[in-house]
Structures are given as structure tokens and as C-alpha cells.
Design a protein around this ligand. Structure first.
Ligand code: FMN
Length: 188
């Protein structure tokens, strides 16, 4: 059964991430969801509880909105504290070895804003810290499931964003793609 680390600083006000999680809960996929923002008041992470949760599962999904071309601060604090020496790495470490790590995230801007050319996306650069952290911890990085273009307002070249209904529909589609990816990789 996979573990989802949900990292959103205001999940009640969220449209996309909230819908993705609600749709997953309605699906036939069993998973443990940890809302690390609400579990960690004032960014105080219960490191032992988070490490125990990671040890219970072989498949870890990171669910978050892109903030400033990165993960939200709570997820960075989680990495900094939970992936510690002699747990994620070190002579007595590598406790996450061979576990799968799948980023699933939402992005305000359209995909074309990230393209360098037809074949290259700057998004790959923004994902490098997670990819390299997985590699460093001997985890298996799974190519991310990304939902682009869901800002309610964005003004690059005066383009207007989506209505809440459109965001919710796109988030439902994302949740389906995520469910397919989970089924493909979750083999017991
Ligand atoms: C603090 C903050 C930073 C953001 N940074 C980016 C960004 O760097 N690139 C981008 O495309 N969207 C950015 N966005 C838009 C969010 O990614 C988008 O609103 C979010 O994915 C929507 O998910 P939600 O409905 O679950 O909140 C940012 C939003 C906030 C609040």
C-alpha cells in the first residue's frame, strides 16, 4: 500500500490538490495519506513518526503544488529533517533503499512556459533535487505526474486562467493518471 505525503499549506482553500486527494480516497486504491502541514504545527515535524511511516511502505508519493519553481517549504523541511544521516544515508542508513518515490504536483502556468524547445523542458531542472535525493538514498525515482495550467489567474502575456470548475475537472483527470501510475508501479 502506498504512502502519500501531502504537502499543502492550505488544503481547505485548495482546488487542485484537494480534488486530487478526494478522488483518490473515492477510488479503489488503498493508501495512507499524511497531511504533513497539518501534522506539523509551526513546521515542527515529528521526525520519528514520519520515519516510521516511511518504513511501513515501499511506495512513497509526494503530492504538492509547485511554489516558486520548487516544493512548498513544509516539504523541504520534511526532507531536511526526515531524510537524516543514518536513516536515509550513512553507514547504518539507506533505510529507504529500493522504495519508490513518485512526485505528483500541480503547476499554475501552462506547460509551454517551461519548454526550451520541442524536446527539452526546464521542468526537468526543477525536479533534479528530488531526483538526486532519491538516487542519494538509493530509492527508485518514478517519472512525475504533473498537472499544468491550473492557476485561477495568471498574466503571462495577459492570458487569463481557469475557472474553479475547470481546475476541478483537470484535477480529476490528474487523479486518474496518478491512479494508473500507482497501479503500474505498486506490485505488492
Ligand atoms: C506561494 C506560491 C508560489 C507559486 N509558485 C508558482 C510557480 O513557481 N510556478 C507556477 O507555475 N505556479 C506557481 N504557483 C501557482 C500554484 O502552483 C497553483 O496555484 C497550485 O498548484 C494550485 O493548487 P491548489 O489549488 O491545490 O492550491 C504558486 C502559488 C503560490 C501560492
Amino acid at each position: 500500500m502506498p504512502l502519500m505525503i501531502l504537502a499543502h499549506p492550505n488544503i481547505q482553500q485548495s482546488a487542485a490538490n484537494k480534488t486530487i486527494v478526494e478522488e483518490l480516497k473515492k477510488s479503489n486504491i488503498e493508501l495512507e495519506i499524511r497531511d504533513i502541514y497539518n501534522l506539523s504545527p509551526n513546521y515542527n515535524i515529528d521526525v520519528a513518526a514520519e520515519q516510521e511511516a516511511l518504513l511501513r511502505h515501499d511506495f512513497i508519493i509526494l503530492q504538492y503544488p509547485m511554489y516558486w519553481f520548487n516544493m512548498p517549504a513544509i516539504l523541504k523541511v520534511w526532507f531536511d529533517q526526515v531524510f537524516e544521516y543514518q536513516f536515509a544515508y550513512g553507514s547504518k542508513g539507506y533505510k529507504l533503499k529500493n522504495k519508490k518515490l513518485l512526485p505528483s504536483f500541480t503547476v499554475g502556468q501552462p506547460e509551454r512556459n517551461f519548454k526550451l524547445d520541442e524536446y527539452t523542458s526546464r521542468m526537468d531542472n526543477f525536479l533534479e533535487p528530488i531526483k538526486k535525493s532519491a538516487e542519494y538514498s538509493k530509492m527508485h525515482y518514478i517519472e512525475p505526474v504533473i498537472l499544468y495550467e491550473i492557476a485561477s489567474v495568471y498574466d503571462v502575456k495577459n492570458v487569463t486562467g481557469n475557472t474553479k470548475g475547470e481546475i476541478i475537472n483537470k484535477a480529476k483527470e490528474h487523479s486518474k493518471r496518478l491512479q494508473e501510475t500507482i497501479k503500474r508501479y505498486d506490485k505488492g
